[in-house]
Design a protein around this ligand. Structure first.
Ligand code: ZN
Ligand code: ZN
Length: 333
């Protein structure tokens, strides 16, 4: 069974998952090409957790990950190992097969396929939130090998975690501190400024604004914010999910036209689960008002960087204002 270990010096949790090393391509530099795609058949008889059917058959399926980083069975146990902390590797690891269509690039997704995907994110988040062992539900997708997709069939992942990921924790703390002082949401204030200045805005529709963040870590990284305050992706109505599909399609198409169909990572950043969970430092007290969910989209056009590993910082060669300008003006093919 896997476990979560925390290094006392950095405070970071790592999932130690020895079962994953049984995966055929776990340690090879590049995954071997598979002769048959396991997702074309809709998961080859794996248990269907969630499914969307259409007139021609299945349109989306959610199945358990055959090589999960965390296991769903068992109880959550915490223990100390000297100065280090350990939690049993309890969690959920689901694969969403986004579409029956093999080999889609980001810009090939239809709005309907993206809407199905966002509906699946929401449904799985709502369901997994009922499990009191979980503190956070991560929803993300990689398209293309450079973005970490091992299988060339459009798929996404849902991972329910027994801890709040460090990146979310930092944002939670910053949002809570801002709210405690001003009784306003930090992201709502930032967004208002961005929409006024327009220099980093890429695209807007009725419910969402897409922008290149002021201190973007990666070139052409885009964040999509709901214009109306909301702390949780799972509370998004279906009308908003349609708007999210619309703006995602737009950003994927612009990135493809400008950067020749790069590999793309997409991740939802949403509030940690609150109801019935302990909040020992009080960061979740006003989370409904202080935290603002968003979705980040990052084309993968720079290779691994030793500087990033060595310093925890990145060097972005494209000024976010320029990136936004290029993305605003690119003609979508
Ligand atoms: Zn396939
Ligand atoms: Zn807000």
């Amino acid at each position: 069974m896997s476990e979560l270990r925390r290094e006392p010096l950095t405070g970071k949790w790592t999932i130690i998952a020895p079962e994953r090393s049984r995966r055929r391509d776990a340690f090879s530099a590049k995954g071997e090409k598979r002769s048959r795609c396991p997702f074309c058949g809709g998961g080859n008889g794996l248990y269907e957790i969630y499914k969307i059917d259409g007139p021609e058959g299945w349109e989306l399926k959610t199945v358990p990950n055959r090589y999960p980083v965390l296991g769903i069975e068992g109880s959550l146990e915490r223990s100390g190992h000297g100065l280090c902390d350990r939690i049993t590797g309890i969690g959920a690891n689901e694969i969403i097969i986004d579409s029956p269509r093999h080999g889609l690039k980001a810009a090939d997704y239809t709005e309907k396929e993206l809407l199905n995907l966002f509906r699946a994110f929401k449904a799985r988040m709502e369901d997994l939130a009922k499990d009191m062992r979980f503190r956070y539900i991560a929803a993300f997708k990689s398209i293309g090998e450079e973005a970490g997709a091992v299988i060339d069939h459009p798929h996404s992942q849902i991972v329910a975690l027994p801890v709040i990921p460090p990146s979310v924790k930092k944002e939670l703390e910053a949002s809570a501190a801002y709210y405690a002082e001003k009784e306003r949401c930090l992201s709502c204030d930032l967004l208002e400024e961005e929409i006024k200045s327009r220099s980093r805005i890429v695209f807007e529709n009725y419910d969402f604004a897409a922008l290149c963040p002021y201190g973007a870590a990666y070139p052409f990284q885009v964040s999509v914010y709901p214009k109306k305050h909301g702390h949780s992706f799972a509370l998004c109505g279906d009308g908003s999910l349609k708007q999210l599909a619309d703006i995602t399609k737009e950003i994927y198409s612009r990135l493809a036209s400008l950067l020749n169909s790069p590999a793309v990572m997409t991740a939802v950043s949403t509030a940690p689960l609150k109801d019935g969970r302990p909040d020992l430092k009080g960061e979740l007290s006003y989370v409904e008002s202080s935290f603002h969910w968003r979705m980040d989209i990052r084309p993968v056009i720079t290779g691994a960087s030793c500087f990033e590993w060595a310093s925890g910082m990145t060097a972005n060669p494209v000024q976010p204002e320029e990136a936004a300008l290029y993305l605003r003006e690119v003609a979508v093919k």
